[in-house]
Structures are given as C-alpha cells and as structure tokens.
Design a binder for this molecule. Structure first.
Ligand SMILES: NC(=O)c1ccc[n+]([C@@H]2O[C@H](COP(=O)([O-])OP(=O)(O)OC[C@H]3O[C@@H](n4cnc5c(N)ncnc54)[C@H](OP(=O)(O)O)[C@@H]3O)[C@@H](O)[C@H]2O)c1
Length: 374
C-alpha cells in the first residue's frame, strides 16, 4: 500500500516526501517533467536540498514510484492501466499540487486548484477501498478579514477575497464539502499559514513567500541607478502581524495530526500555523538588512510615488494585503491533539535573515526584471 502525493516538487510537497521517506513509506508521486528533466530527476535534485540524509535520499530509488501527469487532466493524463494501478495501490492521498500565484487577475488558480480538485475527488471516489485523504488549503481562505480570530469551521464561508488564489482555495473547500455530503467520504484539510524555511536555498529550489518578496526587492535595486540608495515608502499597518510557519514543523505536525485522524467521519479543517505571530516591523527590518533597500512604513499608498516606488508597487503589490492584517487563527484542532506537540521555532529577525540567505548565495540577476518590463 502506498502514500500518493501530488505537488511533490513544490515547497511543501518535497518536505512531506522527505518525511514520508524517513518513515520508510512506499510513495507514489504525481510529478510533471520540466525543463528537460524527468519527474524523478526533479525529485532527486530537490530532495537533496531539504536536508535529507543519505539514507533518505537512497530511498527515493527504492520507495518512490514517479508517475508523470497533470492534476487538471482526466485520469491525471495517465493511461487507463496506470490510473487503475494508482487506484489499487493508494491508501493515503496528500493533495499539495496548486497554483499559488497571487496575481489578482490570474486564471491559473482556478484552472489548477479548482480544476485539479475535481480530478482528485473523482480519484478518491473511484478507489475500491477507503483512502485517507489530506488536501492542503490555506488560512488565507479568511480573505479580507483584517482583525479577529479566523476559526476552523469547514468549509470557510468567506465571501470577500484579496485575490483569485484565495477565492479558488475557498471554493475548493466548498467542493470538498459538497463531495462529502454526496459520498460520505471524510477528509482532514490542513490550512497552513505562510510556509518558510531557514535552510539556505538555491535557485532551483521552490522558494518561500518571503524569498519571493526579497527577490523582487533585489530586482528593484538592480534596476535602479548604481551608487544611489534605494528608498521606498511601504503602505503597511505598523501594527500588522504575519503568521509564518517553518515548513519542517508544519510537516511534522500535519503528519502527526493525520495519524490521529483515524475514525473521523466528518470533513474538518485544521490550522497549521505558528503559535507566535511575527510583526511586520520585524519583517521589514529583515528585508532592509538583506536587500539593501531602505523601507519606510506609511499608512497608505503615497499620492505621488517615486519611480522606484512605482516599480516596487508593481512588483510586490499582490503581497501588500498580507502586510495589513492583525488577525489570528484558531488552533483548537492542534491544541486538542492527543500527542505532545512539536516545538515551533519563533520566526524572528534572525530566522528571517537566515531564511533569505539564498539571496546572498545565488541571486538570479534577471529575477523580477521581466515583470518590470511588462
Ligand atoms: N507556500 C505557502 O506559503 C503556502 C501557504 C499556505 C498554503 N499553502 C498551500 O500549500 C500547498 C502547497 O503549496 P506550495 O507552497 O508547495 O506550492 P509550490 O511550491 O508552488 O508547489 C506547487 C506544486 O504543485 C504542482 N503543480 C502545479 N500545477 C500542477 C498541475 N497542473 N499538475 C500537477 N502538479 C501541479 C507543482 O509542480 P511543478 O513543480 O511541476 O510546477 C508543484 O509541485 C498548496 O495547496 C498551497 O495552497 C502554501
């Protein structure tokens, strides 16, 4: 019997795969070939970057079967025999594949997240035996809620969103819930906050959100006249907080929660978040220190933006809503767990600076500049 994972080449998926292999599980990974690399080669490269030791890396050869497909396609694009085999072998499914682009006008999240969940639900339903099903969602199904505590009610009933990504994830939850009403198949939906890691990365590694912001700031610096300090005003709530959860902790917690979910008959959402919020002020300081850009917090977009600010707002505008929240997330599901919780690292300035070390080792010079040209 095997654990089937989608999105194993993603930031979350590759860390889950690492820990499945630590447990010596048999794994089937649905992966897309890319840039001339087979799905298997991509996993091999990425696994190395998760800090997996030699034993775990060797298990990639012996314990992982890679199937190349696309979650949006009928039968994931697999031939009928391969799909049947997948159905026969799977007893647990972790659905991590997603489009996480924050571009407000993007159709990608609908295409991938909503299109994909239809295929994944078809798969679980077609299985001859009960499949333990763990779809991954986000605490950002809370949408534009600025203050208060977002609960673990399932599905989220939010109606107003910052972008198409959030809306697609909430709609995905609704589809899972409707499917449960129809089929009676339970599942545990993990809603994570922003995943982060302080392991130094390289270009090929799927980056975390803070790194994406920092890379855009570096792109701004590179597009600015040399020898001129780049100063920008940043429209944020100075008292805002952001929840960043270290991926190693998130994976450990999700796997432990999954093991204790036996006998669940209802679909439920569990928040996988950092018990300590990080202040936006701390994040701003870490970005200043690593990106050589002076950032001044201001309450709203300035009436007259400088050239550098105009470019900054185009580059990281989609992230700004996340720098204006004071909300928190209920952690009742985790608090009532029947096991001792792992200790979650505090994401402070030092942690963030470590998490941005990939900027120093390998700055993709063109990063973000293409977006500036559009
Ligand atoms: N990252 C965060 O901070 C964060 C926060 C909250 C929730 N989440 C949730 O966590 C889950 C995993 O996110 P992530 O950060 O790991 O995302 P990611 O790094 O962008 O990875 C996305 C994964 O999905 C795969 N994928 C995308 N489209 C696909 C398709 N059509 N067919 C097959 N595979 C496809 C990608 O494959 P390729 O490598 O081939 O592109 C990649 O493996 C998502 O559900 C996301 O909503 C993430």
């Amino acid at each position: 019997m095997a654990t089937f994972i989608t999105g194993a080449t993603g930031f979350l998926g590759i860390h889950l795969l690492r820990d499945f292999l630590r447990e010596q599980r048999e794994v089937i990974a649905l992966v897309r070939p890319k840039q001339g690399r087979s799905g298997f080669d991509r996993l091999d490269l990425l696994l190395t970057l998760t800090g997996a030791d030699d034993n775990v890396r060797a298990r990639l050869q012996t314990h992982v079967r890679c199937v190349e497909g696309d979650i949006r396609a009928e039968r994931f694009g697999l031939d009928p025999a391969e799909y049947r085999r997948l159905l026969e072998e799977t007893d647990e499914l972790w659905h991590c594949a997603a489009s996480i682009t924050l571009r407000g006008d993007s159709v990608a999240p609908w295409d991938c997240n909503v299109g994909g969940i239809h295929r994944v639900l078809e798969f679980v339903e077609a299985s001859a035996r009960p499949v333990k099903f763990f779809p991954v969602s986000t605490v950002y199904t809370s949408g534009t809620m600025r203050t208060g505590e977002f609960g673990e009610d399932f599905p989220a009933t939010t109606e107003v969103f910052e972008n198409a990504y959030e809306k697609s994830k909430q709609y995905t939850e609704k589809l899972i819930h409707d499917w449960w009403l129809r089929t009676g198949n339970p599942c545990v939906v993990f809603r994570t906050s922003i995943l982060i890691s302080d392991r130094s990365g390289v270009d090929d590694f799927p980056g975390h959100t803070l790194l994406a912001v920092a890379r855009r700031l570096r792109a701004l610096l590179m597009a600015s006249p040399p020898d001129e300090a780049v100063r920008v005003r940043w429209p944020v709530d100075p008292l805002a907080t952001i929840n960043m959860v270290p991926v190693d902790y998130a994976v450990e917690l999700m796997m432990a929660m999954a093991k204790t979910s036996e006998g669940t008959s209802l679909p439920r959402a569990i928040h996988i978040v950092n018990p300590s919020e990080t202040s936006i002020h701390t994040m701003r300081m870490a970005l200043e220190e690593t990106c050589d850009v002076r950032i001044r917090a201001v309450p709203g977009y300035p009436a007259r933006a400088t050239h550098a600010e105009y470019r900054l707002y185009r580059l990281i505008g989609p992230f700004f809503p996340y720098f204006n929240h004071r909300r928190t997330y209920s952690t009742d599901g985790v608090k009532h767990a029947s096991f001792a919780l792992p200790k979650c690292p505090v994401v402070d300035q030092a942690y963030m600076i470590r998490s941005l070390s990939a900027l120093r080792t390998s700055i993709p010079v063109s990063y973000g500049l293409e977006e500036l040209k559009r």
